[in-house]
Design a protein around this ligand. Structure first.
Ligand SMILES: NC(=O)c1ccc[n+]([C@@H]2O[C@H](COP(=O)([O-])OP(=O)(O)OC[C@H]3O[C@@H](n4cnc5c(N)ncnc54)[C@H](O)[C@@H]3O)[C@@H](O)[C@H]2O)c1
Length: 259
């Protein structure tokens, strides 16, 4: 890997930055010269990372479904490091259930975290970015923005929403010189998917469908995410980049057999 220092002295916020894809983005941003504020509900992990990662990193306990906390997150980046230029909205998780059985609480949990959380983050990140002449926002959606998943209606609907929120943001924020794009990961080996991938039958069902025959590592989401945030993507806004080992060409496995 060649690091070019292309984000030297830029200030970034990463939600969900304590784990998985978010942490992969944090590590790459630091390696490329940025200052990073990672937001997560996992306070203990944030503290461990602060001890490891040095002075260009701050961890802030933040629930992305809580507007005042998200507002404070964007303000903290400016207070600690002097501006806000880049944001990666990664925090997400899901509660599964077929539509006829899914509780209102499980729907709300998933849609609030995966969709409202991105809305609130974009709102307050962009308000700060405007003050510094613009910036770039990258939202983590999913292959499931396009492809349904058995017992995944809340998640797939929220992720489809993230893609449209990205496009709407790109439309509205262009006048403020803020670009907004989405990454649509396929299967990524992270704590979120660990229990699924430990089941050998489920693992095999995924591999039948994924042409690359493997899950991505979280770091493999960082490169494409940073590309969209970089000057190389200066004329890219409202785009969705599938990063899925060609999975979008085949389709989701039939998960009903595991229910
Ligand atoms: N892993 C995959 O296969 C995959 C595929 C497509 C999309 N995604 C998406 O990528 C994103 C990251 O997933 P991951 O695989 O890295 O999972 P992960 O569980 O490793 O990381 C998610 C992080 O979000 C944090 N988080 C949860 N709720 C939060 C909240 N309310 N406020 C702030 N932080 C919160 C968690 O503590 C965790 O650190 C999610 O949006 C997920 O939907 C993942």
């Amino acid at each position: 890997m060649v690091y070019t220092n292309r984000f030297k002295d830029k200030v970034a916020v990463v939600t969900g930055g304590a784990s998985g894809i978010g942490y992969g983005i944090v590590a790459r941003l630091l390696a490329e010269g940025a200052y990073v504020v990672a937001a997560d509900v996992n306070e203990q992990r944030l503290k461990e990372l602060e001890a490891q990662l040095g002075e260009r990193f701050v961890g802030l306990k933040t629930d992305v479904t809580n507007e005042s906390q998200v507002e404070a997150l964007a303000a903290t980046a400016v207070e600690r490091f002097g501006s806000l230029n880049l944001a990666f909205n990664v925090a997400g998780a899901a509660k599964a259930g077929v539509i006829t059985e899914l509780s209102e609480a499980d729907w709300d949990f998933t849609v609030d975290l995966c969709l409202k959380g991105v809305f609130l983050s974009m709102k307050h990140e962009a308000r700060q970015m405007k003050k510094f002449g613009g910036g770039a926002i990258v939202n983590i959606a999913s292959l499931n923005s396009h492809v349904p998943m058995f017992a995944g209606a809340a998640y797939t609907s929220a992720k489809a929403g993230v893609e449209m929120l990205t496009r709407n943001g790109a439309l509205e924020m262009a006048r403020d010189h803020i670009r907004v794009n989405a990454i649509l990961p396929g299967l990524v080996d992270s704590p979120l998917t660990a229990s699924l991938l430990e089941n050998s039958d489920i693992h095999a069902a995924y591999m039948e469908r994924i042409p690359f025959k493997k899950a991505a590592q979280p770091e493999e989401m960082a490169g494409p995410s940073l590309f969209l945030a970089s000057e190389d993507a200066a004329y890219v806004s409202g785009a969705s980049l599938l990063v899925d080992g060609a999975w979008g060409t085949s389709g989701y496995p039939d998960m009903s057999r595991f229910m």
